[in-house]
Design a protein around this ligand. Structure first.
Ligand SMILES: Nc1ncnc2c1ncn2[C@@H]1O[C@H](COP(=O)(O)OP(=O)(O)OP(=O)(O)O)[C@@H](O)[C@H]1O
Ligand SMILES: [Mg+2]
Length: 281
């Protein structure tokens, strides 16, 4: 039964709206699919060796139980010693240590990736609110102070900023990623400058370091999920892609300038007010 109280035009616009929502949803799904493929790839390797380690562990435990069970049934200590030699006890002993250490490292890596993934997901109850970006920066500086203080002097070059409509906890996360990256790029002791200013209906935030810079062939890749130049097990390569995502969600922009050997500057611009959208009252 058609709704008699809905005019044809109303029906059409409802259908259009639904199609629109489906389109948005499918774009989101495509992005999630891409991310999921990346995650699967990254997790596959550690999960693979943890799994094979578990199989070795099973074999080793079988051997060790053979030895301990023999304590009750063996006729002599010599019998026990012979079983011990037979199962290659010394090898099991060292290999068990390696196997456990390697497995722990693998699980650690998976855990790091999962923690980063959580930040990617949209937390619906986090709302856009008017907030003071400088306050967010100070909070973040407190959090990462331990990582920064031996690596760099932090210079604040702050302008006058209005409160901006944002999810401050997420912007803090972005600032944190940029600061930690900057510190990592500095060999010895360097300088990190945090610059802010207002530009009409935008605010500009820059994080600049005088570290080793980014090679030109890497510049186009640094925002890709899982792109990292850090040693295996050190970086997940998710920091910048996560940050990019957050800035995009804030209808802002993020770009980068870098000169190898001289330093890098990340520049973010954010609208003071979020554009009105349909799903906001
Ligand atoms: N300030 C910087 N100076 C030099 N290189 C940088 C800087 N920021 C990022 N990069 C380069 O971009 C890559 C990607 O950065 P991203 O933050 O996404 O991942 P990561 O720092 O390697 O790992 P994670 O942030 O997950 O610990 C880094 O590995 C590094 O090569
Ligand atoms: Mg990083």
């Amino acid at each position: 039964m058609p709704h008699t109280d809905m005019s044809e035009r109303e029906q059409l616009s409802a259908r259009l709206e639904q199609a629109n929502r489906q389109l948005l949803q499918s774009e989101k799904m495509a992005a999630i699919g891409q991310l999921a493929a990346g995650v699967a790839h990254e997790i596959n390797n550690p999960v693979g060796y943890v799994y094979s380690n578990l199989q070795s562990l099973e074999t080793y435990l079988g051997d060790l139980f053979r030895l301990t069970d023999a304590i009750d049934s063996a006729d002599s200590v010599a019998d026990l010693q012979s079983i011990k030699r037979n199962i290659d006890y010394d090898f099991i002993r060292t290999d068990l240590g390696d196997l456990l250490a390697e497995s722990r490292e693998g699980i650690e890596r998976v855990r790091k990736i999962i923690a980063a993934m959580k930040d990617f997901s949209y937390v619906e109850d986090e709302a856009f609110k008017l907030a003071n970006l400088h306050q967010g920066i100070e909070t973040t500086l407190n959090v990462v102070n331990n990582e920064l203080k031996y690596k760099a002097e932090v210079v604040r070059d702050f302008g006058d900023l209005p409160d901006i409509e944002c999810i401050l906890s997420q912007l803090n996360q972005v600032v944190m990623n940029l600061l930690v990256n900057a510190a990592h790029a500095i060999e010895g002791f360097g300088r990190i400058t945090i610059r802010t200013r207002q530009d009409n209906d935008q605010v500009i935030l820059e994080v600049e370091d005088n570290g080793k810079g980014i090679a030109e062939e890497h510049l186009t890749r640094i925002f890709e999920p899982f792109f990292t130049t850090k040693p295996v097990g050190k970086g997940t390569g998710l920091g910048l892609s996560l940050s990019f995502n957050i800035i995009e969600k804030h209808n802002g922009r993020m770009d980068v300038h870098s000169t190898p050997g001289q330093g890098t500057c990340f520049r973010i611009s954010l609208p003071v007010r979020q554009p009105a959208t349909e799903d906001k009252p």
